[in-house]
Design a protein around this ligand. Structure first.
Ligand code: NI
Length: 412
């Protein structure tokens, strides 16, 4: 397949230019000013901008079923009183359909890859496999209820069945949070991470009371970051913690909408960036955001950090966080449009008044109003001009509605 006539932003530090891209076996084979080859499928992308695919480094995809269900509540009421009890109603079938809805939403927002932490990850993997997206999937791990081992067994099954599937699906370890995982459990998880060379992702210091109850050094001493830790939130951390996160090479997922909406605060992103930490963006689940759009997260985060100093969070740094940093956080290759890389693209429509003047399109990506035209993963379109070519949208919507009614307890 040849993508023709588009502007291409090869990576965060370059300037978009008109280039053709040839894709073979899911990878970028050639990038040139003009590619004229016969017998290839040609996709004319005139008036479009191709950028490296956007990455969402934290979500709970199946939680689309809880969107709008628990609004205007404190974190404790939201989680312990509403969401946690409703989660007991979920099953494999429900999670499959509700995950698909989130995949559709992410694809329509230009997201090519994401990191998930939830339950029934075997069907989450099936949904990702069917839809065509790229993901690191983690079974949420908790041991305070005595079933820590059962959840680890699920992780081993996932590893065996899905890790490396079509160079798109990878399995990681997902200890839920310091308040749901014991130090012994984290130590065991650290060992599994190292033995299998897979990443760990964990909610960390999302709430102020976590900072009071738990000690970051004690958590990191378990070895949890020795292979790779993607820490989510990190809102309530001080300068010492930032130094520790840097020393242990911890990756950070910044989820500003969820942090603000649940009243948890603003993460010290500027300080972490100046220390040199790898920061990327996550949406969190649709129950606490309620949209899965990393471009919005990037803009919100940038504006929050510019509040006191407009020189904070420069455009190129933010594009890097959305792309290159996201891939590094997920421990997979990508984030740049170059020969040999997988063809993971976010394609924007330049037929958009908020993208004029076209000479400044790179700056419009963060501070204007981007419109997504198409999303491609490993050389295949998963979203194209309003359509989802890999699935039957009507069937997904129908099954989603049935699932929602079952979870909430609405009689048909
Ligand atoms: Ni979360």
């Amino acid at each position: 397949m040849i993508l023709k006539n588009a502007f291409v932003l090869r990576n965060y530090s370059e300037t978009p230019q008109k280039l053709d891209i040839k894709i073979l076996n899911g990878k970028i084979e050639k990038i040139k000013k003009k590619i004229e080859e016969k017998n290839d499928e040609v996709v004319d992308l005139d008036n479009k901008l191709i950028i490296p695919g956007l990455v969402n480094t934290h979500t709970h995809a199946a939680m689309s079923v809880f969107r709008g269900v628990a609004e205007d509540l404190s974190f404790d009421t939201w989680f312990f009183k509403v969401i946690d009890p409703l989660e007991s109603k979920l099953n494999e079938e429900i999670v499959y359909w509700t995950t698909l809805v989130s995949l559709m939403e992410m694809a329509s927002n230009g997201i090519v890859a994401f990191c998930d932490m939830y339950m029934f990850e075997d069907v989450v993997a099936k949904a990702v496999a069917d839809f065509g997206m790229k993901a690191v999937l983690t079974r949420g791990l908790v041991d305070i209820d005595g079933n820590g081992n059962g959840r680890l067994k699920e992780t081993f099954k996932l590893l065996e069945k899905w890790h490396g599937f079509e160079n798109r699906i990878y399995i990681g370890l997902g200890p839920h949070a310091p308040y749901t995982c014991s130090i012994d459990y984290l130590t065991e998880i650290a060992k599994i991470s190292k033995d299998n060379d897979i990443l760990v992702t964990m909610h960390l210091f999302e709430n102020s009371w976590e900072k009071e109850k738990f000690n970051l050094k004690e958590i990191l001493k378990t070895g949890i970051a020795n292979n790779q830790l993607l820490a989510v939130h990190c809102v309530h951390i001080d300068d010492n913690d930032i130094n520790l996160l840097f020393d242990y090479n911890v990756f950070i997922s910044n989820n500003p909408s969820s942090n603000l909406k649940l009243g948890n605060g603003i993460a010290p992103i500027t300080k972490m960036l100046s220390k040199g930490l790898n920061i990327s963006f996550g949406t969190d689940g649709a129950a606490s955001n309620n949209s899965l759009n990393v471009l919005f997260e990037a803009r919100l985060s940038t504006l929050l950090q510019k509040k006191d100093n407009p020189e904070n969070m420069k455009i190129e740094d933010v594009i890097k966080m959305l792309t290159t940093n996201g891939y590094k956080a997920l421990k997979i290759n990508g984030g740049e449009i170059k020969e040999g890389n997988y063809a993971d693209f976010t394609i924007l429509d330049l037929d958009n008044p908020s993208f004029l003047p076209i000479e400044n399109i790179k700056n419009h990506l963060i501070h204007s109003n981007p419109k997504i035209f198409a999303t491609m993963v490993n050389g295949k379109f998963i979203y194209f001009d309003g359509q989802f070519p890999t699935i039957d949208k009507k069937e997904v919507y129908k099954q989603f509605t049935i699932s929602y009614r079952k979870v909430i307890g609405i009689e048909n």
